[in-house]
Design a protein around this ligand. Structure first.
Ligand SMILES: *[C@@H]1O[C@H](CO)[C@@H](O)[C@H](O)[C@H]1NC(C)=O
Ligand SMILES: *[C@@H]1O[C@H](CO)[C@@H](O)[C@H](O)[C@H]1NC(C)=O
Length: 728
């Protein structure tokens, strides 16, 4: 006779509705689902002893190593979809594939005994892609070892595992056991998964790296801060699933990268849906934590969940992007955090950022509604896009910072970065908004006292000057500007702009004679010249005419928020000049207006006396904050005590009150905070903590100091932990 193949039935049910938030999102209220087993065609042979399941072995250690999920601080099994894992079933006697029938079931959601269940089966004919696979690896009296492969496009989340034995007497299902629950994640290692990434170094960075560097400052004076994504920290994975539950995302969509990332871009901000983070761009964060004070995402996500979904205060763009990146990597999606310098925020859906100057050449805030953020951070997720042409697969921009609504909600993306580059704006989602962020023209208007406005100059290169992300395997910046746009002024750039305009982007086209006939040029350069914070400003006007020209300069000096919004105008200079002029702005002039991140911005408007025409120029300076130093002592070895010292000297020139320092390290130590009621001018504080590394590999410790008078003071240190030495 013929050897009978073991019959392995794999069933996974999901309810069509999302799980409603429960106090404990991991608690499934399992009502027994009765399902007609139409595939039971076998003849039961009575057996002396009825088959019973004694135990399930999840092989957490070996499975997690094979699935690269061993870094998650979870005891439960975590696997990546489309990849086999081992499951051991201990029966009361040897499993006989000729007449024993066993179903292995993976359930997600709360079974509701309704028709809304989706059922995944190995034998399902119509949906090949949704197939789960199962095979018997080894059948012994002690244990039947199974290999289970979740479908490469299956739902991502927490499944409970059951084994049902079917006999002539009926069927017996194992009891619910939370220890056999399995988390299933997206799989960047699997070529059949939408998020497959071919290169191992890329996957290691974009899925497995739990720390990052966020670039800020300005193009000419870049700075950065560390961020602890902490996606492997205990509770963070549950927090990410809680976000989807709390956002009532239907389970059936949770295998779809586009839907999951779009949902998360809405849920990471609190607008519309009580999502994770409340934005605040004021300067008063007294009712929460200042955006500049956070060192990582775990603190935010865990307190959001522990409060049952009460939004956390406060965030600005890098906080939204940091938490979003944690969400993406935690679920197994390859992702990165990017910074766009001079990011336009256009409120009208055009690629024109309007700056209105009054008669004297000062910015007229009443009429200037668009803004240019000194920098803006968002995320990219790497995936195939089955919903748009294949050439637009790859990196997709997603943004959780609430700037403008998209189809009624504060969310943005995913939008193909390659499509933005080509000016192809017709593909979902929010391509126009992202296109404008990196491509807007800055159009200066002059408004006279009667309300007549006239365009006086256009700057096509200011916005989106530089786009950076952390390099793979290094803390250095990688310039990815070329992935969003062709070189400024190139033929491809012009083609892409025309394409965008054809698809509805409005762009300013100069027809004003005053623009064409400008026969002079103006340039401005600003830089910090000493540690005290004095600034030198060089303005150069060049005369392209053959006549004498005199320019009357109005120079507006202001302190800014990083969003480009004016905090305080502190100086106005007006002067006649002919060629080149150096102006000095001393620290004393602006110090009292500096709050938060110290951006100074300068706008020069020149009126050419002989022709009445105008010239404009802008420059931004980001002042360097005093450093926060981190020192390490100890053997850098698993299981051995180490000491970290955070050191800060107050060189700000004034006392710092109500100071908080946060300190944490990926896989090294959980967040610790320390308060200082006053750090006197000129004094030094030192704070030492001990920790014991538990995992080998390269790690990072990071700290941020924050108080109302001094923000964005951070430091980090890299460290390689050696594995434990074996004793002879
Ligand atoms: C920002 O926070 C302050 C206090 O911390 C609060 O008074 C203010 O209303 C907040 N602004 C916004 C826009 O929520
Ligand atoms: C502009 O150029 C003309 C011709 O070279 C010259 O006579 C005039 O002085 C120049 N003006 C300035 C401001 O340099």
């Amino acid at each position: 006779g013929e050897m009978m193949e073991p019959l392995v039935q794999m069933l996974a049910w999901v309810s069509a509705e999302g799980r409603l938030p429960k106090q404990n999102p991991r608690a499934f209220a399992l009502s027994v689902v009765s399902i007609e087993m139409e595939f039971l065609k076998k003849v039961f042979i009575p057996d002396a002893s009825t088959l019973r399941v004694i135990n399930l072995n999840m092989y957490e250690q070996t499975n997690k190593m094979a699935h690269r999920t061993n870094m998650y601080d979870y005891s439960n099994l975590i696997v990546r979809r489309g990849q086999e894992f081992t499951l051991g079933i201990v029966f009361n006697r040897l499993f006989n594939p000729q007449f024993d029938i066993v179903n292995i079931e993976f359930l997600i959601g709360e079974p509701l005994l309704s028709d809304l269940y989706l059922k995944y089966e190995t034998d399902s004919l119509n949906s090949v892609s949704s197939k789960w696979k199962g095979r018997v690896l080894r059948n012994q009296a002690a244990e039947t070892k199974m290999g289970i492969t979740p479908a490469a496009d299956c739902i991502v989340g927490l499944f409970s595992t059951y084994v049902t034995v079917i006999t002539s007497l009926g069927k017996v299902r194992t009891e619910r056991n939370p220890k056999t629950d399995i988390y299933i994640l997206f799989n960047a290692w699997n070529p059949s998964d939408m998020v497959f990434m071919a290169n191992e170094d890329d996957r290691t960075e974009y899925v497995l790296n739990s720390v990052g560097i966020i670039f800020n400052g300005t193009v000419s004076d870049k700075s950065s801060r560390p961020w602890n994504f902490g996606q492997f920290q205990q509770g963070v994975l549950d927090a990410c699933l809680f976000i989807l539950d709390f956002g009532k995302m239907p389970l059936e969509y949770r295998g779809d990268v586009v839907k999951v990332t779009r949902k998360a871009s809405a849920m990471i901000n609190s607008q519309d849906d009580n999502g994770v983070l409340v934005g605040n761009w004021s300067n008063d964060f007294s009712l929460g934590t200042a955006p500049t004070a956070w060192t990582g995402s775990a603190e935010i996500l865990l307190s959001y969940v522990s409060k049952g979904g009460v939004p956390i205060k406060y965030a600005q763009c890098w906080v939204y992007a940091g938490v979003f990146n944690t969400f993406l990597r935690c679920l197994g999606l390859p992702s990165r955090l990017i910074t766009n310098y001079f990011s336009a925020h256009d409120s009208l859906g055009s690629i024109e950022t309007d700056i209105v100057l009054d008669e004297d050449g000062q910015i007229d805030m009443n009429y200037t509604t668009d803004s240019i953020w000194n920098y803006h951070c968002w995320n990219e997720v790497f995936t195939k896009r089955p919903d748009i042409p294949p050439v637009f697969s790859g990196w997709q921009a997603v943004d959780a910072t609430p700037q403008e609504t998209s189809e009624g909600y504060y969310r943005c993306g995913p939008v193909s970065v390659a499509a933005v580059k080509e000016g192809e704006l017709r593909y979902e989602y929010d391509a126009s908004f992202v296109f404008a962020e990196v491509n807007s023209d800055v159009v200066f208007h002059k408004r006279d006292k009667y309300g007549n406005t006239e365009v006086v100059s256009v700057n096509t290169t200011y916005v989106g000057q530089l786009i950076l992300t952390k390099m793979v395997g290094s803390n250095e910046p990688e310039d990815i500007t070329h992935t969003y746009k062709y070189p400024e002024g190139s033929a491809e750039d012009k083609r892409s702009m025309r394409q965008a305009e054809r698809q509805g982007m409005r762009r300013y086209h100069s027809n004003s004679s005053s623009l064409l006939n400008v026969d002079m040029q103006m340039q401005m350069e600003a830089k910090q010249i000493n540690t005290a914070g004095d600034i030198s400003l060089t303005i150069i006007v060049s005369n392209l005419s053959n006549q004498v020209r005199t320019v009357n300069i109005t120079l507006t000096c202001k302190t800014d928020y990083y969003t480009g919004a004016t905090n305080q105008q502190f100086k106005l200079i007006t002067q006649d000049m002919t060629k080149q002029q150096v102006f000095t702005v001393t620290a004393n002039e602006y110090m009292e207006f500096i709050t938060g991140q110290p951006f100074l911005s300068f706008i020069a408007c020149g009126l050419i006396s002989e022709t009445g025409m105008s010239l404009t120029s802008m420059a931004v300076v980001h002042l360097n904050a005093p450093p926060l130093l981190i020192d390490l002592k100890g053997p850098s070895q698993v299981g051995m005590d180490m000491y970290v010292t955070v050191k800060f000297t107050n060189t700000a020139g004034y006392d710092l009150r109500d100071v908080t320092i946060r300190l944490e390290g990926s896989d090294l130590m959980l967040l610790k905070t320390k308060q200082y009621s006053n750090i006197r001018q000129g004094s030094t504080v030192k704070w030492t903590e001990s920790f014991t590394p538990q995992m080998p590999g390269s790690k990072m410790l990071m700290a941020c100091l924050d108080c109302a008078a001094l923000r964005n003071v951070c430091g980090q240190v890299d460290i390689v932990i050696q594995s434990k030495d074996y004793e002879d």
